[in-house]
Design a protein around this ligand. Structure first.
Ligand code: NAD
Ligand code: DAU
Length: 377
């Protein structure tokens, strides 16, 4: 497959996927389609923006005619679909935007690909629509003993035993969908549409469901970059509820590697879970972040502990997500490459070494980058 469309490539995960594909496959043409919502930041892609095998197009995935035009003009044979509204808190305030982009946008893209591919002499041969989804579609798991468990800092990335400490249940590929937030409901709906296009029209599709990503270039509304930035600026750290909720964290480059592997070797019509086997209670993770930032800034131990501020819980806050990604390990040999200690150290260092990246977001200056590069936004 030579001409690949990546949607949402100016966002957090998308930018890592675009970078990986542009650098690793010089003979592929990578077309990045992104609407540049508040979450899209072309500064994430500065290092590859002038590569000959890379094209950026500012467009809305909900615009069916535009999607058809782009897919046809660039003779797209593979689509990696990441564009979405991605922040749970925003979905609680503005569910319509989530339904529009995540559901209708995915549908517009599917239909545009269908019409183009079905009209080709070879039809769906050598084509793939790869949809990136989330573990949140499965709902929430119980915590066995919320008070008794402390996340050890020395977690091996694939430690199944550590995983078991939080509860005996995991999300499997066969787990029934049970989304709770408007965000996860919209992602679940888009997953269903993707599978429906396979089952109804025979479109080659793959869906993957991944756990919480962390790493460089994550928009500072999400827990880890928000808290690093607030510690740096001596601002309160708003911990929702009692900080007992559990998330499974995966370094973003490991997710991008999994996407590469599955795009090339995954089984059509299949689903793969992607996770870190790396569960953390929020409050324990927050203490690790504080300790790491303080150490790297040369602050005395405990210097920023007082910034922790318990605030009203998120509405409908899912208690625990835990992905079982052993199918991907078994069938395609993927494993997280980084221990969590390394990943979190690398991440904190990156945000502290690149403060202007976050500062240009908080000031709004990043919004002018597209105009400067390509003309009016
Ligand atoms: P993000 O919010 O950082 O980036 C989303 C990108 O999509 C942005 O560049 C934005 O401009 C673009 N976009 C939004 N609406 C668009 C539209 N209508 N048309 C074109 N582009 C549009 O998101 P992320 O965290 O990088 O997540 C990427 C994908 O991965 C999403 O589908 C998300 O559901 C999924 N996912 C995220 C995580 C995570 O931890 N962040 C985990 C699992 C799955
Ligand atoms: O599980 C995968 C999902 O992970 C992705 O599909 C989503 O796109 C992504 O945003 C993420 O969702 P979460 O809601 O888990 O991520 P967030 O960073 O918003 O929050 C992580 C946890 O931290 C969650 O339990 C809520 C809590 N939290 C978050 C923020 C922003 C706080 O306690 N305080 C905060 O200020």
């Amino acid at each position: 497959m030579k001409n690949i469309l990546i949607t949402g490539g100016a966002g957090f995960i998308g930018s890592h996927v675009v970078r990986l594909f542009v650098n690793k496959y010089p003979d592929y043409n990578i077309v990045n389609v992104d609407k540049l919502t508040y979450a899209g930041n072309l500064e994430n892609l500065r290092d590859i923006e002038n590569k000959p095998n890379y094209t950026f197009i500012k467009a809305d995935i909900c615009d069916y005619d535009e999607m058809r035009r782009i897919i046809e003009e660039h003779q797209i044979s593979g689509i990696i679909h990441l564009a979405a509204e991605s922040h749970v808190d925003r979905s609680i305030l503005d569910p319509f935007t989530f339904a529009r982009t995540n559901v209708m946008g995915t549908l517009a893209l599917l239909q545009a690909a269908k019409v183009y591919w079905e009209a080709l002499p070879e039809g769906y041969d050598g084509k793939l629509f790869y949809h990136i989804s989330t573990d949140e579609v499965y709902g929430a798991l119980e915590l066995t003993d919320p008070d008794g468990i402390e996340s050890p800092f020395t977690t091996t990335a694939s430690s199944y035993d550590h995983h078991l400490a939080f509860g005996s249940e995991f999300f499997l590929e066969s787990t029934k969908y049970n989304p709770h937030s408007p965000y996860s409901a919209s992602k679940a709906s888009s997953d269903h549409f993707v599978r429906a296009y396979h089952d109804t029209y025979g479109m080659p599709t793959i869906v993957t469901n991944c756990s919480n990503n962390y790493g460089p270039y994550q928009f500072p509304e999400k827990l880890i970059p928000l808290f690093i930035n607030n510690i740096r600026n001596r601002k309160p750290l708003p911990v929702y509820g009692k900080g007992e909720n559990v998330r499974d964290w995966l370094f973003v480059e490991d997710h991008a590697r999994a996407i590469d592997l599955i795009f090339h070797h995954g089984k059509v019509a299949d689903t793969y879970n992607i996770g870190g086997f790396n569960e953390w209670k929020n409050i324990d993770l927050i203490r690790v972040i504080i300790r790491t930032v303080d150490r790297l800034l040369g602050n005395p131990e405990g210097y920023s502990d007082g910034l922790i501020t318990f605030v009203t819980d998120r509405k409908g806050h899912d208690m625990r997500y835990a992905i079982d990604s052993r199918k991907l390990q078994r069938e395609l040999g993927w494993e997280p490459s980084l221990q969590f200690e390394e990943g979190i150290e690398k991440t904190v260092r990156w945000y502290l070494d690149n403060p202007e990246w976050t500062d240009r977001i908080t000031s709004g200056d990043y919004l002018t980058y597209y105009e400067n590069m390509y003309g009016s936004r």
